[in-house]
Design a protein around this ligand. Structure first.
Ligand code: PGA
Length: 253
């Protein structure tokens, strides 16, 4: 049975003290996760250790970094390696978020390298894909998003692919308050699963969790997650408010 995941993406928000307070708030929520449900919290690098310490012992709850570099180690001032993240026993890393693609020029080819190194060090990539508004308006979103998967992931073996989580995040829905409808999410998720099946077979494709991201809130999470190919969400703004994120967790199917 594939995993249902509520993932928080804090992005570049919160002071250390605020991060601590938010984690403490989240810990007040009763532990209700079922065996196939997970919570993943992607925090800024300086808070990884704090998040690990606070959440250790919490059932089915994991920590993620929001990025890693393509190289193992060396003279790359300011960068953080997959090896460093893994050495802190952090389990996940978000790769290819649209903000990384847009503001830091991360191409599909660079993301193939990041995926490789993350897997090499045992991290689970949460690989983000999604189309900008102009592509959606032109009706070519299916090809655009399939291309992102092909160029960044299709060199992987089936065994490696099963270690990846995919997040579909239409750029026009991120931080805009304009959520894709549950139907739009389901349609794209089914397309992504078919794209994976065309390369790796249906069984592998069925085992991959595909999360939806873009203006998920407490009020709309359960509806979006109820669709058969939507396996939870990657949540930005609403994950900074404990009560909202709690409601999103409760929306997992
Ligand atoms: P949002 O961000 O929930 O604030 O729209 C989602 C994301 O960028 O992961």
């Amino acid at each position: 049975m594939r995993q249902q995941i509520a993932a928080a993406n804090w992005k570049m928000n919160l002071s250390f003290q605020q991060a601590e307070a938010l984690l403490d708030e989240l810990l007040k929520k009763p532990e209700t996760l079922k065996a196939d449900q997970k919570v993943v919290i992607a925090v800024p690098f300086p808070y990884l250790q704090l998040a690990k310490a606070k959440l250790s012992g919490r059932k089915n709850t994991y920590v993620a970094a929001q990025n890693c570099f393509t190289k193992k180690s060396g003279a790359y001032t300011g960068e953080v390696s997959a090896e460093m993240i893994a050495s802190m026993e952090v389990e996940y890393v978000v790769l290819g978020h649209s903000e990384r693609r847009e503001y830091f020029g991360e191409s599909n080819a660079v993301l193939a390298e990041k995926t490789n190194i993350a897997l090499e060090f045992g991290l689970t990539p949460i690989f983000c894909c999604g189309e900008p508004l102009a592509i959606r308006e032109a009706g070519s979103q299916n090809d655009y998003v399939a291309q992102q998967l092909k160029e960044s992931l299709f060199h992987l073996s089936a065994d490696q692919l099963t270690k990846i989580v995919i997040a579909y995040e239409p750029i026009w829905a991120i931080g805009t308050g304009k959520t894709a409808t549950a139907d739009q999410a389901q349609e794209m998720h089914a397309h992504l699963r078919n794209t994976l099946a065309s390369q790796y077979g249906q069984e592998v494709a069925n085992s991959i969790s595909i999360l939806y991201g873009g203006s998920v809130k407490g009020a709309n999470a359960a509806d979006i997650f109820s669709r058969p190919d939507v396996d939870g969400g990657l949540v930005g703004g609403a994950s900074l408010v404990a009560a909202e994120f709690g409601q999103i967790i409760d929306g997992l199917k």
